[in-house]
Each structure stands twice: as structure tokens, then as C-alpha cells.
Design a protein around this ligand. Structure first.
Ligand SMILES: NC(=O)c1ccc[n+]([C@@H]2O[C@H](COP(=O)([O-])OP(=O)(O)OC[C@H]3O[C@@H](n4cnc5c(N)ncnc54)[C@H](OP(=O)(O)O)[C@@H]3O)[C@@H](O)[C@H]2O)c1
Length: 315
């Protein structure tokens, strides 16, 4: 596993990170989730991403259980706040930052998180209130660095200009061969502002692994076949044309000596402003495959061909 510096921080993030969005909950999934966390650590994945809202606290509880007894300085923990935790608890006010941070720390069984991220922008709270409350959280020692996810760039710029405020070191956008929006404005701004990307759904929720055969039945244990969670997948990605285009990447991945999943992750990591690709996994073997995408050198022509193929099919 290779590591990259996270923005202007002293944190070194593993190029492949492990997230706990749809794959962590109670029951049989919990045991697999814990096995995946342990496999991730075994493979050198040290950046673990979660959020208070994943399962309304359930993901943080499982992650806290998985990490109990593991030396705190051997991994980086990133969580988030913003989305509703009850009918009255949501957003980025000072009161919410205090309340949600304390609740996350309890569930995660730790005294601090390495990265506290604003899951979205809060139009109902003055930006200065949010930034100064986050800065106080850093000064209290409960948070080491701060980040944001999917904020409009004008709000990021405004936040960077607030005096006496801690500065963001990370941005968490969706980024993959099938979703390249951050390249337009976000990555340029962050590159000149000491902010790295730690990107979500780098495999387009599994679509870029090639597991979905064009016109074929959905693999029974896959995310797309699970009615409880498949609503999060962009339906356009499961159309035959896109799935065929993904299959056409296979020979390119093979030329690079990679699986399709590894090729898609290496494509994300070709961008120097990306510190880490936050992968999900429903079983430990997927963690093994994904972790092995770190540190791979792929000929730029292979990536250019892949971009052309995907663009022609998905726009
Ligand atoms: N900031 C935000 O708003 C936001 C939003 C979404 C996610 N996130 C973060 O990003 C993390 C990753 O998101 P994601 O789970 O959508 O990422 P992803 O890596 O694009 O998709 C993960 C899913 O793809 C399948 N998969 C992964 N590796 C595979 C492999 N090698 N072979 C075959 N299938 C494979 C698995 O699903 P199946 O096996 O079930 O098919 C797995 O659960 C989340 O856990 C969360 O931490 C953040």
C-alpha cells in the first residue's frame, strides 16, 4: 500500500481507503463488515471513512466495535455530520457540531477523529458559525483536521477566507470514470488551496468492476440486486450501452496487468490531487482486490482509451 499526504495536513492517507456506507448494519452484514475492516487493516488500508448518518449511528457502532483493541495511532478515522439524525437534529450549527461530534466519538469508542467532515453545505447556518465551531473542535483535541463533502466551490472559497478559522484539508466528492464532475472546478480550486480529494464511489458502486453483464441477470448478492439499497445507483449506469462500454475496458485493464476494479481505481489515483479512493466492500476478497490497485503505474494511453470508451457511451 502506498500513502499520500492529505492536503496541508501531516496525515498520510492510504491510497485505498475503506468506507462504511451501505455495507455496515446489524445481523449477518455486521460480521462481514467487521471482517472487511480487519482485512483492510491487514492490507495496509489505514484511512477508514464513516458518517453519523450511515444507518443513523449503526455504521459508527460497528466500526467502533471492529476497531476496539486496535492501537489508535495505527489508523486514521474520518466521520461526518450534516444529514438528519432525528426530527430536530441536522445541519452544521455550533450546537449540532458539539452534539454530533460527541455522539460519534462515543459510538466509535475513541477520544478523537482524524478528520471531521461536513457531509453537505448547510444553507440554514451562517458559514462563519460552522467554521469557528469546527475550529474549536480542533482546538479541543477531539478533531485533528476538517474537511467537506460535495460543497459548491464558492462556499469552499468563502470558508478558506474566514479569519481565525482552521482550514479544510480534504474534500470528499463522488469521482470515477463514470462521474468526472470534480475535474471542472473543484479539483483546480483544491489543488491550489492545500486540499486533497478523498473520493467516494470510485467503482461507481460496483458498476466499474464489470460484475453487471449487459442484458444479463443481476448477480444475486450484488448491490444492484438488493432492493433495500439499489436506489442509490444511478439507473443510467445499468443501461446496456454503459455496461457494454465497461466490458470494453477489460482488455485495457488486462494490458495493464490489472482487474477491471483495479484499473478503475488506478484511474482515480492517476489524478495527483486525489489522496485516496474510498472503496466499499461487501466481502473481504473485494478488499484484497481493491487494495492491490495502489501503487500501479498504468500507461496514460490506456486511460485515454478508457475515457473515450466511457464518454461515448455515458456522455
Ligand atoms: N460523502 C458522501 O456523500 C458519500 C456518499 C457515498 C459514499 N461515501 C463514502 O464512500 C464509500 C464508498 O462508497 P461505495 O460503497 O459506493 O464505493 P464503491 O467502491 O464504488 O462501491 C462499493 C461496492 O461495489 C462492490 N465492489 C467493491 N469492490 C468490488 C470488487 N473488487 N469486485 C466486485 N464488486 C466490488 C461491492 O458491492 P456488492 O458486492 O454488494 O455488489 C461494494 O459494496 C462509502 O462507504 C462512504 O464511506 C460518501
Amino acid at each position: 500500500m502506498k500513502y499520500r499526504r492529505l492536503g496541508n495536513s501531516d496525515l498520510m492517507a492510504s491510497e485505498i481507503a475503506f468506507g462504511s456506507w451501505l455495507t455496515f448494519s446489524d445481523g449477518p452484514r455486521k460480521d462481514r463488515a467487521i471482517a472487511c475492516v480487519h482485512r483492510a487493516l491487514d492490507r495496509g488500508i489505514t484511512l477508514l471513512d464513516t458518517a453519523n448518518v450511515y444507518g443513523r449511528g449503526a455504521a459508527e457502532l460497528v466500526l467502533g466495535e471492529a476497531l476496539s483493541g486496535i492501537p489508535r495511532d495505527s489508523y486514521l478515522l474520518a466521520t461526518k455530520l450534516f444529514f438528519p439524525m432525528s426530527d430536530t437534529d441536522r445541519g452544521l450549527s455550533r450546537a449540532q457540531i458539539t452534539k454530533q461530534l460527541n455522539a460519534s466519538l462515543l459510538r466509535l469508542r475513541v477520544s478523537h477523529v482524524d478528520l471531521y467532515q461536513c457531509h453537505r453545505y448547510d444553507n440554514d447556518t451562517p458559514l462563519e458559525e460552522t467554521m469557528l465551531a469546527l475550529s474549536d473542535a480542533v482546538r479541543s483535541g477531539k478533531v485533528r483536521y476538517i474537511g467537506f463533502s460535495e460543497w459548491p466551490v464558492e462556499h469552499v472559497e468563502a470558508a478558506l477566507g474566514i479569519p481565525k478559522s482552521e482550514k479544510f484539508v480534504s474534500s470528499q466528492p463522488q469521482y470515477s470514470l463514470l462521474h468526472r464532475d470534480p475535474e471542472r472546478a473543484l479539483i483546480p480550486l483544491c489543488s491550489r488551496s492545500g486540499i486533497s480529494q478523498i473520493v467516494w464511489s470510485p467503482l461507481a458502486q460496483g458498476v466499474l468492476t464489470g460484475k453487471y453483464a449487459p442484458g444479463g441477470a443481476l448477480p444475486p448478492e450484488s448491490r444492484a440486486a438488493n432492493d433495500a439499497i439499489n436506489g442509490f445507483i444511478n439507473p443510467a449506469w445499468l443501461k446496456t450501452g454503459v455496461l457494454e462500454a465497461v466490458q470494453r475496458l477489460r482488455p485495457l485493464a488486462a494490458q495493464a496487468g490489472l482487474t477491471l476494479a483495479q484499473f478503475a481505481l488506478a484511474w482515480v489515483l492517476r489524478q495527483p490531487n486525489v489522496a485516496s479512493a474510498i472503496t466499499g466492500a461487501s466481502r473481504p476478497e473485494q478488499v484484497d482486490e481493491n487494495a492491490a490497485a495502489s501503487g500501479r503505474n498504468v500507461a496514460p494511453e490506456l486511460f485515454e482509451s478508457a475515457e473515450r470508451i466511457i464518454k461515448a457511451a455515458a456522455g
